[in-house]
Design a protein around this ligand. Structure first.
Ligand SMILES: [Mg+2]
Length: 389
């Protein structure tokens, strides 16, 4: 079997720009001379999608004519020979989507789900937490109302960004208090039994991250995600030693190399690699295996569509012994269902692993054409007058 073609598809997710919380999805379809094809999805960031597609097209030159079964060899030589061991976010997103499409092909060729090729499933359904549920909310009361609705829809866990809108390491007392009030309102609305994840989104300095965490402890957060810049592993370990909430990091780290210091320096309790950016399905499985002897657990990041990216996350999550919970964006559900055949549904806070060959999810190419690339301008980018607010 030989690879004959690779195509990219952008899809507008139909979500309004709310503090920069949208982007175009990027899908990949790889064709073979045996008529078997595979789908993959690349993680994207708002207004950075086209650079990732450019990487896919360049890497595609080296894919044509190769056997799709040689997944590990291909990802290794692309990093060592093509990337010259100089990775980048865009590169790793591209290779992750390609890698998933190769697994989809191999599973279809062997007529078995991808999870059977990764050691077999450790569980049959995957617990998910809700993200993207607050659209339009600004005040603590509005966040509380939206949180109540998502819990009533069946979710047992939810995450949000109380510090959203801030991209400075320093925060004023007023903004800090506003963030605390949002968490208080949400916790009071959902009660003590629902897991509440706080994502700081790489905003704060260690000083403010520790101070804010101590103020948030009374609301019993399930975790405290990316409190500081992702490349400051020593500083993250310092934050972890000084607070009483589990630390999560990993969505902005790529491949096993980036995780090495996280484990060695005991900087996190939980890691959240994204299967669409960390290097792909096998890379995430290997990162999770590295975490096992350090007693670190894995809760995959998944800011991707609820089609291919979600299916890839479900397969690898099923095969990770130290798996905890998977991210799920509720606001991506409508468009995801419009473009896929046999949507993946959340039932009582869980999603069943797709049982079909490969990733077990098919994309309707005609539907993709209805929602082409949409130009967004990132509204989070500050002007000089914002600096004094
Ligand atoms: Mg995050």
């Amino acid at each position: 079997m030989k690879i004959t073609d690779i195509k990219t598809f952008f899809v507008d997710p139909g979500v309004t720009v709310d503090l920069g919380d949208t982007k175009n999805w990027l899908f990949i379809r790889i064709e073979t001379d045996e008529g078997i094809y595979g789908w993959g999805e690349c993680y994207t960031l708002l207004d950075r999608e086209k650079s990732i597609a450019a990487y896919v097209n360049h890497i595609g030159h080296y894919l044509i004519g190769r056997n799709p079964l040689n997944i590990k060899h291909f990802t290794t030589v692309m990093y060592e020979d093509y990337a010259d061991k100089q990775g980048a976010m865009d590169y790793f997103c591209a290779i992750s989507g390609i890698e998933q499409a190769l697994w989809d092909i191999v599973g279809k060729w062997l007529n078995t789900p991808v999870y059977n090729l990764l050691g077999g499933p450790c569980r049959d359904k995957i617990k998910v937490y809700a993200n993207g549920w607050w659209e339009g909310a600004r005040t603590p009361e509005e966040f509380a109302r939206k949180a109540t609705q998502v819990v009533e829809s069946g979710f047992k866990a939810l995450k949000f960004y109380p510090f959203d809108g801030l991209k400075q390491t320093y925060i004023s007392k007023q903004k800090e208090q506003f963030a605390i009030e949002k968490v208080r309102a949400v916790r009071e609305a959902i009660g003590p039994d629902i897991d509440l994840m706080i994502d700081v989104y790489r905003i704060l300095s260690p000083l403010y991250a520790i101070k804010a965490a101590r103020m948030l402890e009374e609301f019993k957060p399930f975790w405290y995600e990316e409190p500081i810049a992702p490349d400051s592993i020593d500083d993250l370990a310092e934050v972890r030693r000084n607070i009483n909430i589990p630390i999560v990091t990993g969505e902005a780290l790529y491949t096993k190399s980036d995780y090495r210091q996280v484990f060695e320096k005991r900087a996190a309790d939980i890691i959240n690699p994204d299967v669409c950016s960390c290097g792909g399905i096998l890379e995430m499985k290997e990162i999770a295996a590295m975490a096992e002897p350090y007693q670190v657990i894995v809760s995959p990041h998944n800011y991707n569509s609820n089609t291919i990216g979600l299916a890839a996350s479900l397969h690898v999550s099923a095969c990770i012994p130290n798996f905890l919970i998977l991210e799920y964006f509720v606001n991506f559900k409508v468009r995801s269902d419009e473009i896929s055949v046999g949507p993946l549904n959340v039932e009582d806070g869980y999603i069943s692993i797709p049982k079909g060959p490969g990733l077990g999810v098919e994309i309707n190419e005609k539907a993709l054409a209805r929602y082409p690339y949409r130009d967004f301008v990132n509204p989070a980018v500050r002007s000089r007058c914002d600096e004094s607010s």
